[in-house]
Write a protein that binds this ligand. Structure first.
Ligand SMILES: NC(=O)NCCC(=O)O
Length: 372
């Protein structure tokens, strides 16, 4: 993509003198994450399929009474492969194909839980405020084509799949929701989590389509650990992360769609801070590319009408409870980030810092247990 910075990391590596680079990274990113050695077949496939593949590992101290709880997560960021005015079914099929080729590589890398970006089966068209054709991308969370597709992937690769889609709930009046469907590695649907903070900011005016979700802060017990999904705008709300964590989440995914001019300086801070404050792993994911629409739309701010929201800056990463984080994926390319983590680190850091046993949190837990 012409003119866009490839990534902060590549820029630092180019310009910081080698003798200072390790110290700069330590200060910016915390303890250095171990580089994963990924199978050469996977690296080759990623190259052939034109996406970035990176792998890192977070370690925990050995314990006497608990075995390490090692899990590999995969974060996928991608552009829409076809123009936004292509027929709806053709766009969805192209996205399914693209994700299939990335998931195949994730399987080669031993990924146990994979998460896609927010509303991954469509352009992020909510800025247009037009109903058709965008509402036609909505699908049933329980038996839509995309859920069936993900169930097949989950079974084939023994992988938990987190699939954020635009949901059409036919049972409740055909309402729309911004929803993540969580599918077990057996292929069974574990449940769904609806986006519970909806942006009304500039071009991100999603309440034209759906409102705040009504699923609360669910967590999902998987074979590999307890996970939750805090969809995009929920990233800005510290209490939202806290609730998933109090409910037991060890890994919180944050599938997003956001642009540089709005949020890029917040991106490295918020999810990382949530990992620190809540003694868990957080996984923010953002799409890449610029999506163009035939009809111009305004941001409701007196400015000129325009045909795109701006550049989605990717930069997906994982943050650990000890505050360290992986480098981000590219700002411009499709990518798969594979991260190995020992979930024992959550309790180890909690025992050290004790943020979650502060009097205020104890009070929240007490009220929740006794006043429901
Ligand atoms: N998709 C979405 O909620 N975007 C809002 C912008 C942001 O949270 O950075």
């Amino acid at each position: 993509m012409a003119g866009e910075l490839e990534s902060l990391e590549s820029c630092l590596e180019r310009h910081i003198p080698p003798q200072d680079l390790a110290e700069v990274k330590r200060i910016l990113y915390g303890g250095e994450t171990r580089k994963l050695s990924l199978p050469s077949a996977a690296l080759l496939s990623a190259q052939e399929r034109d996406f970035e593949l990176q792998g890192y590992g977070f370690d925990a101290a050995p314990e006497q009474l608990r075995r390490p709880r090692i899990v590999r997560v995969g974060l996928v960021q991608n552009k829409i492969p076809l123009p936004t005015d292509t027929a709806v079914a053709v766009q969805v099929a192209a996205l399914h194909r693209r994700i299939e080729e990335i998931v195949e590589v994730a399987a080669m890398c031993g990924v146990n839980i994979i998460c896609f970006q927010e509303a991954w089966t469509m352009p992020f068209a909510f800025c247009t405020r037009e109903k058709l054709p965008w509402t036609e991308f909505a699908e049933s969370a329980e038996d839509g084509l995309t859920t069936k597709f993900c169930q097949e992937l989950a079974k084939k690769y023994d992988m938990v799949v987190v699939s954020p889609i635009l949901e059409r709930d036919e049972i409740h009046g055909g309402t729309l929701w911004n929803t993540a469907v969580v599918i077990s590695n057996s292929g069974a649907i574990l449940g769904k989590s609806r986006k519970n903070h909806i942006p009304r900011i500039g071009d991100f005016n999603e309440s034209t389509y759906y409102m705040e979700g009504n699923t609360g802060h669910p967590v999902f017990q998987t074979q590999f650990g307890t996970i939750a999904v805090n969809i995009c705008f929920g990233r800005h709300h510290p209490l939202n992360w806290l609730m998933y964590s109090l409910n037991g989440a060890e890994i919180i995914f944050n599938p997003s769609a956001t642009i540089g001019t709005l949020s890029e300086s917040l991106w490295p801070i918020e999810a990382r801070n949530a990992a620190i404050a809540n003694h868990c792993f957080t996984c923010p994911i953002n799409r890449v590319g610029t999506e163009y629409y035939k009809n111009a739309f305004t941001s409701g701010d007196g400015g000129e009408a325009h045909h795109d929201l701006g550049h989605f800056y990717g930069s997906s990463y994982v943050a650990a409870p000890d505050g360290s984080r992986t480098p981000g994926l590219s700002r411009t390319r499709d990518g798969l980030l594979v991260v190995e983590m020992d979930l024992n680190l959550c309790r180890q850091v909690s025992d050290k810092w004790n943020f979650k046993v502060s009097p205020i949190i104890k009070k929240c837990l007490f009220l929740r247990t006794n006043c429901v």
